[in-house]
Write a new protein. Structure first.
Length: 188
């Protein structure tokens, strides 16, 4: 069996494959992120080998490729791994080799990998959270425009319900022209 480590980035992954027992390098390669490239690289490695991959923004598809190639993905807590390696030199090669060292010593700080279905459901909730934050941000921006000119909406409990929207539209006419235009666009 072999230890495989990926130092992944937005457009490429740097891979280092080492012998499990002796730790000598079997191969290393910079893999461009194109469909099938990672799977093709892993096809030259021993099946069921563990593949260490740091938690980066685009790890979902890389884990899927690792699993499709018959390997065992091991998702790594990047912050903990960095602290454990404590190297002042940062290169893709050294990062990947460091992950393999942690695998060999049994100290690789891994995290749970949810199934594809769970990842997909989580994305729905993340999107809802982001949209809720954006709506709140825009509402605060609109109220801030009015507040700058001493206009408040204390008479209504929610300035964005049906009654409140009528108050916003009426008060918008009291704003200077450019601010009124900005608020009109924010209100939709």
């Amino acid at each position: 069996m072999q230890y495989i480590a990926f130092d992944s980035h937005k457009r490429y992954t740097y891979a280092v494959v080492e012998d499990q027992e002796k730790g000598y390098r079997v191969m290393e390669q910079r893999i461009t992120h194109r469909k099938g490239e990672i799977r093709e690289f892993l096809s030259r490695c021993e099946r069921n080998s563990p593949v260490a991959l740091e938690t980066i923004g685009s790890w979902y598809w890389i884990v899927d490729e690792i699993e499709a190639a018959g390997m065992v993905p091991r998702l790594v807590n990047a912050r903990k791994a960095k602290m454990m390696l404590a190297s002042s030199k940062k290169t893709d090669r050294l990062d990947a080799k460091g992950l393999n060292t942690l695998q060999r010593t049994g100290t690789l700080p891994t995290v749970w990998i949810p199934s594809g279905e769970v990842r997909d459901i989580r994305e729905l909730f993340r999107t809802r959270m982001v949209l809720t934050r954006e709506v709140t941000r825009l509402k605060n921006r609109i109220l801030s425009c009015f507040s700058k000119y001493g206009i408040s909406f204390d008479a209504t409990s929610d300035a964005f319900n049906v009654k409140g929207r009528a108050s916003l539209e009426a008060a918008r006419l009291l704003l200077p022209p450019h601010t009124s235009f900005a608020v009109q666009n924010l209100l939709g």
